[in-house]
Design a binder for this molecule. Structure first.
Ligand code: CMC
Length: 373
């Protein structure tokens, strides 16, 4: 056996194989560039691509949309639970609880076959946005809005939050952001989902664990942290002083840097233009110029490019979405990638169980409790 290698944070380690996405030569889902998908696809088409391995035909897409409509509700008992969870609970904790709870009503929970996992993936794809929107409205003292069978998944997210048919422009922005967030190889949350499913656990457990991994600010939680930074800076004329001071204090600037993209995140580059257009349309040019000043200085001083969370926080702000929805929206999108990873892992499973370098003491002598100091 080869000499074991050790790399803190598994940096640079190939931990498995995947045919779902690659970052070599730009980010590609099943061989299609995210730029092409962002330009032409809807989120449903990308979900199908990730789950089934190929773009849907017209007929397959119609059938997927029909299945989503048929699963587009959550049990009343879960709605009641969402209403009772203490006020002020973080929305990511709601998503984690919601995902876990949905397992109790899914007829396929204990079936780990390929087909059952595809069914569960599709259920979660439409049910997680319903959990998100229902709790968001309940927390604001409003009634949940049922899924609208006439609308796409992206449009439904906006519909269920605002009870207003969204414009084409906002629907496209939502589609693009969901497409860009959908999948990213062996990131921390997808790896978590693979570890859980490698024990032959189930889809809901894997996705619930992945939501927990995504929540942290070094991963998905960064998009909310970015918005808090922009709010803290306030206006474009304060941006330069703020960022120079933050860098002098060695603060970690949310939305910058990436474990695998050292020269730039293609998703951030792609989203930038849409972000600027929406800023112009919604009168948010000051925030765009604040972001540009920060970006230029972080690049010059630290050689750090922005990651996807940097423009997506602003995009969501311009779309009128509350900050506590930003990371849950990442969940609603990434559930496609996580599910594809669970299915791929189980199709060719080997338990994921690495080793550790032990750094503690050895061969200590037992000390009776009354003699311990
Ligand atoms: N602000 C300031 N310095 C940074 C940042 C940052 N955002 N990111 C990296 N650095 C510095 C870091 O201090 C270190 O410097 P030094 O070598 O002088 O100690 C160097 O760059 C390498 O950083 P690292 O933390 O060892 O690199 P990593 O590969 O472990 O970090 C990262 C990747 C994403 C955790 C990190 O860049 C970071 O914390 N960024 C901010 C959080 C963020 O935006 N996360 C979203 C990631 S992308 C989308 C997603 O997964 O959701």
């Amino acid at each position: 056996m080869a000499e074991p290698i050790y790399s803190p944070g598994l940096e640079g380690v190939i931990a498995g194989e995947t045919a779902i996405s690659t970052i070599a030569g730009g980010l590609q889902y099943r061989g299609y560039s995210i730029e092409d998908l962002g330009e032409h696809a809807t989120f449903e088409e990308v979900a199908y691509l990730l789950l089934y391995g190929e773009l849907p035909t017209g007929e397959a897409l119609t059938a997927l949309r029909k299945r989503l409509r048929e699963s587009a509700s959550i049990p009343q008992a879960l709605v009641d639970l969402l209403a009772k969870i203490p006020k002020g609970t973080a929305m990511m904790d709601i998503m984690r609880t919601g995902c876990s709870a949905l397992a109790h009503w899914d007829p396929d929970t204990t079936d780990n076959s390929h087909d059952a996992n595809l069914r569960k993936a599709e259920h979660l794809l439409v049910q997680l946005p319903i959990v998100m929107a229902a709790r968001h409205r309940l927390a604001a003292g409003q009634k949940p809005v049922p899924y609208n069978p006439e609308l796409s998944l992206a449009a439904n997210i906006l519909w269920m939050l605002f009870e207003k048919p969204p414009s084409e422009r906002l629907t496209k922005a939502m589609d693009v952001s969901l497409i860009l967030y959908a999948e990213h190889e062996y990131n921390a949350s997808a790896f978590t989902a693979r570890v859980v499913s490698s024990t032959l656990s189930d889809m809901h457990s894997a996705v619930t664990a992945a939501i927990g991994a995504l929540k942290g600010p070094l991963h998905g939680g960064a998009n909310e942290a970015v918005m808090k930074v922009l709010e803290e800076v306030g206006t474009a004329d304060r941006a330069e002083a703020w960022i120079r001071d933050a860098l002098a204090q060695k603060r970690r600037i949310m939305g910058f840097g990436h474990r695998v993209y050292k020269t730039g995140d293609p998703r951030a580059a792609y989203l930038r233009k849409l972000c600027q257009e929406l800023a112009d349309e919604t009168g948010n040019q000051d925030m765009e110029s604040m972001a540009e000043t920060i970006e230029t200085i972080v690049r010059t001083e630290k050689n750090l490019p922005p990651n996807l969370d940097w423009p997506s926080a602003r995009l969501y702000h311009y779309m009128g979405l509350d900050v506590d929805l930003y990371t849950p929206l990442f969940v609603v999108s990434r559930v496609t990638g996580w599910s594809a990873h669970v299915i791929e892992q189980l199709d060719n499973n080997r338990l994921i169980r690495p080793r550790a370098n032990y750094t503690g003491p050895l061969e200590l002598k037992w000390v009776p409790i009354d003699q311990r100091k």
